[in-house]
Ligand binder design. Structure first.
Ligand SMILES: Cc1ncc(COP(=O)(O)O)c(C=O)c1O
Length: 438
């Protein structure tokens, strides 16, 4: 048996005790728990790449505003479900300044993380047309969105965009839309897990078809402005974060504070609806809601039923952070660039040791360096690779739980890996290569 950095017996025992039937299919949180246990027993620190935790301190402006709001007594008062006016105003400004899109402040609604925004959108949009009961995922994607559908008992279809980049996307989407059952499409851009970024051409195709077939596009901007190949950091100045909202008025944007402001713990995000979608009249909604207006049903029907709004103090935090970036006083992109810098170094360590990048291009351009990247190793499936890397003190998740058809790959998240750990990562990857010569 080959010598590995982490004891074979310990890893084996923990996998057995964890009762995870198949490591490759384990959820992110199951992997996290497993690795925690191995770390405690061995005293060895893993290179933790399974979970997308920010890894940077929360934005101080938000913390300060939240403390002040709490001291003023907001904790005792139910927040308005549609959100506090100052947040709605700054959100609409942000959308104008960083996406160059006009939306009314009324259409910008806080949610308990953008996770809840997705949940609320799926719930509501599946009820707009009685014949349209299915979401389409442009995958790979964030596994929890699939899970939300399972929990809701809702239908979804999915395809891996890897083989349908550029013009090929049109026919592929049309093959779904023309069936008439799709109410919404969801994708994240930049993409979790692959870090591909849809090009303007692709966003235009999605937008045009959304208008043609009356399908809502839910664009998940959890990694807003983090395609560091371009500088999207200047308010009111091009280039702007690319968005489908340029090409259709049938959109809902999910904007998260978790990564942009390292505010994941406070669970606040935003849903931003186009003016058209917000005011759309849909009689079929009356089967479930007292209003037939999409925006009203979404806010006073769904969000009310889910959590009666979003934590009062966090709304002031997000309002203050958005105001600071809108006013050009805070450059949030500069702060998170560290993820891209780390990814560049880490990707090289992997490729120098025989790994290949699975999702490697945006049409004809190499993908950006950012929060995630995907790797494979010849002769291994993603599930085998994930399991084997645990013996080398490296943890990740497989692509198979993300709707990816590239079953050979795993997703690596750079955020929790500290620069001081780079020599250890390199050493462990060297060892892996020595033990698995290609
Ligand atoms: C693509 C994507 N969407 C949504 C989320 C969740 O965002 P939030 O923390 O705002 O709920 C994440 C978090 O990892 C994500 O990667």
């Amino acid at each position: 048996m080959k010598e590995t950095p982490i004891s074979y017996d310990v890893v084996q025992r923990h996998i057995l005790q964890s009762k995870i039937r198949n490591i490759g299919k384990a959820t992110i949180r199951e992997i996290k728990k497993l690795i925690n246990g191995i770390e405690v027993e061995t005293g060895e620190k893993f290179i933790r790449m399974e979970m997308g935790v920010p890894g940077l301190p929360a934005t101080a402006i938000g913390l300060q505003a939240e403390i002040e709001a709490l001291q003023k007594g907001v904790a005792a008062i139910y927040p308005d479900i549609e959100g506090v006016p100052i947040l709605k105003k700054e959100a609409a400004r942000f959308v104008k300044l960083f996406l160059d899109i006009d939306v009314d402040a009324a259409n910008c609604v806080p949610t308990v993380g953008s996770m809840q925004g997705g949940f609320a959108a799926f719930l509501t949009f599946s009820k707009i047309h009685r014949d349209k009961d299915t979401t389409l995922f442009i995958d790979p994607g964030f596994p929890v969105h699939h899970q939300q559908h399972r929990v809701l008992g809702q239908k979804f279809e999915t395809f891996d965009v890897y083989n349908y980049r550029g013009d090929k996307l049109r026919d592929k989407l049309e093959s779904y839309f023309s069936k008439g059952n799709i109410h919404s499409v969801l994708y994240s851009n930049p993409n979790n897990p692959s870090w591909i970024c849809l090009t303007d051409k692709e966003l235009r195709i999605i937008g045009e078809l959304a208008t043609k077939y009356d399908v809502i596009i839910i664009e998940d901007l959890a990694y807003f402005a983090m395609d560091f190949r371009k500088d999207y950091s200047k308010p009111g100045e091009p280039p702007y974060q690319p968005t489908v909202a340029k090409y259709t008025d049938n959109f809902l944007l999910l904007i998260s504070s978790s990564k942009a402001f390292s505010y994941a713990g406070q669970r606040i995000g935003l849903m931003v609806l186009s003016n058209k979608l917000f005011n759309t009249k849909a009689p079929d909604l009356l089967r479930h809601y007292s209003s037939d207006i999409v925006g009203t049903a979404l806010i006073y029907g769904t969000v009310y039923a889910l959590s009666a709004g979003t934590t009062h103090s966090t709304q002031y935090a997000l309002a203050a952070m958005l105001k600071a970036v809108n006013d050009g006083e805070l450059d949030f992109v500069e702060v998170v660039k560290e993820y891209g810098a780390k990814a560049k170094i880490m990707k090289k360590m992997f490729t120098d040791n025989g790994f290949t990048i699975v999702y490697d291009r945006d049409e004809d351009e190499p993908i950006a360096d950012g929060f995630f990247f995907t790797v494979a190793y010849k002769g291994f499936t993603g599930e085998e690779l994930l399991q084997e890397l645990i013996y080398y003190g490296i943890s990740a998740i497989t692509l198979s739980i993300t709707g990816s058809e590239r079953t050979e790959g795993i997703r690596a998240c750079v955020s929790l890996v500290k620069r001081e750990q780079f020599p250890v990562l390199e050493e462990r990857l060297n060892k892996f290569r020595e033990n698995h010569l290609i």
